[in-house]
Design a protein around this ligand. Structure first.
Ligand code: AMP
Ligand code: ZN
Length: 462
């Protein structure tokens, strides 16, 4: 069956037909490096990674571009508050971002363009919009005249006919009630400190939206295949990207828009502003395996909201362990006629589910049915190879050798602590037991309580 995606542009599932057969160009809105990314942000990046991996699995050649927003309202504010140069400030969070990508086993994109290194392209784009009479000079910046773009708002399902002409919004983020002419270029003011570029369109800095239009088209062309981001970016960010790019080129900007739903905490979007967030670092310190986090983020359909709880993280951890343990066992097993049939059936089921707009819950259900069936009849190298092949998409490290050790295998100091914790657990003194778990977590030791007693291992990728 053909690969289909739900396209936000048409609100329909469509067969994926890339511009150049066999090639897929994709742009993902990347991080604003003003702070550590939270797990909600990583839902967006794990989704982009899944898309990338499945395209590769299907045999496409992928060119993936993810921007690094290293100049905007938030980064400037942060660096000014600390009294350090913008670059020094953003470098810190950029580095942390790449470390986190590695921990979550997210494959690297082909290109990570930084906004500060593409000012020239942004200025050219703004110039084009000025020349075409779509942009105009305001007193504090250059603005996009949204009345010049036919159907502005339609991408987000908004009817903006009643808007007051010429009303402006300078901030990068705003909601649909404030849908108005938006800033492409912001003239320098004293809040910007030493962050500015002297250019032919004036001394200042770019707005956030123009960054993505300029960088995506530079690396992928005026029209490209896929653009992703979280649903919160549909408006205004992606609407503005469309207006800027199509206004300038007169060509269709993106063919397939894919948006991931939010990660929630107690029913609310995980976000910095609500303060209900966990960074990857927080969760690793609590002793969670990064692959459990990856699994949890992957396991829901990307267009469904997903609530994060510690219970769901624990369950995700067990699922990963189960798949790993199964895969490891198959290495030494023996194939048989039945297992061969089951592999064929599972591959077909997995691909059908993934072809249907990356239906991960269905794909995983196929996989767990397969595990159950093989456990009854046995399997060997072919099953092992199949699991590794599927893992090119899942990225859970299923082929890695099991590293969990028993208490007996621990060196004396660790063994003493494990025994102590066991004693507290028997007394149902969870507080003390957790204190020891946390302490070990900080030393990079992860624990898991199993029927065979406590198992431990050194945390990977940390
Ligand atoms: P930001 O740094 O806020 O621009 O966000 C980076 C990416 O993370 C964007 O694609 C957002 O849509 C996405 N994002 C932010 N919060 C969440 C969340 N709670 N769940 C899923 N994606 C999110
Ligand atoms: Zn963007």
């Amino acid at each position: 069956m053909a690969l289909r995606f739900f396209n936000t542009l048409t609100r329909k599932k469509e067969v994926f037909r890339p511009i150049k057969p066999g090639h897929a160009g994709m742009y993902n809105c990347g991080p604003t490096v003003y702070d550590f990314a939270h797990i909600g942000n990583f839902r967006a990046y794990v989704f982009a990674d899944l898309l990338r991996r499945y395209l590769l699995y299907k045999g496409f050649r992928v060119r993936q571009v993810m921007n690094i927003t290293d100049v905007d309202d938030k980064t400037i504010k942060g660096s000014r508050k600390e009294g350090i140069a913008l670059k020094e400030y953003t470098k810190r969070y950029e580095k942390a971002f790449f470390e986190d990508l590695d921990r979550l086993n997210i494959q690297r994109a082909e290109i990570y363009p930084r906004a500060t290194e593409h000012i020239k392209e942004m200025v050219t784009l703004v110039r084009t919009l000025l020349n075409k009479g779509i942009a105009y000079n305001g007193n504090d910046g250059i603005y996009y005249d949204i009345s010049k773009f036919r159907d502005y708002g339609r991408f987000a399902g908004l009817d903006l006919k009643g808007l007051k002409a010429g009303a402006r919004v300078k901030q990068d983020s705003y909601d649909k009630e404030r849908a108005n002419d938006f800033a492409l270029w912001k003239f320098w003011d004293k809040e910007d400190g030493d962050v500015f570029w002297e250019t032919e369109i004036g001394k200042g800095r770019p707005g956030w939206h123009i960054e993505c239009s300029a960088m995506s088209m530079k690396y992928l062309g005026k029209t490209f295949d896929i653009h992703t981001g979280g649903v919160d970016l549909i408006f205004p960010h992606h609407q503005n990207e469309i207006a800027q790019s199509e206004g300038a080129t007169g060509k269709r900007f993106v063919r397939y828009w894919l948006h991931n739903e939010h990660l929630l905490v107690n029913g609310k979007k995980m976000s910095k502003s609500l303060g209900n967030f966990h960074t990857l670092r927080d969760l690793l310190e609590r002793g969670y395996d990064p692959m459990a986090i990856r699994y949890l983020l992957l396991s829901a359909h990307y267009r469904q909201k997903l609530d994060l709880t510690f219970k769901s993280l624990d369950a995700a951890g067990s699922s990963v362990q189960k798949l790993k343990e199964f895969t490891g066992r198959m290495k030494k097993g023996k194939d048989n006629e039945n297992s061969r049939k089951l592999v064929k059936k599972a591959r077909k089921g997995f691909e059908e589910a993934m072809d249907n707009d990356l239906d991960m819950p269905k794909a995983l259900a196929v996989l767990f049915d397969f595990v159950r069936d093989i456990n009854k009849t046995g399997g060997g190298r072919e099953v092992f190879d199949f699991m590794l092949d599927i893992d090119r998409v899942l990225g859970l490290g299923l082929g890695e050798a099991e590293e969990w050790k028993t208490e007996k295998e621990a060196e004396p100091k660790l063994r003493k602590m494990l025994r102590e914790r066991e004693k507290f657990r028997k007394e149902k003194n969870w507080k003390e037991a957790d204190r020891i778990r946390d302490m070990l977590g900080k030393q990079g030791i992860v624990l898991e309580d199993t029927e065979r007693g406590v198992m431990w291992k050194k945390a990977k990728r940390s």
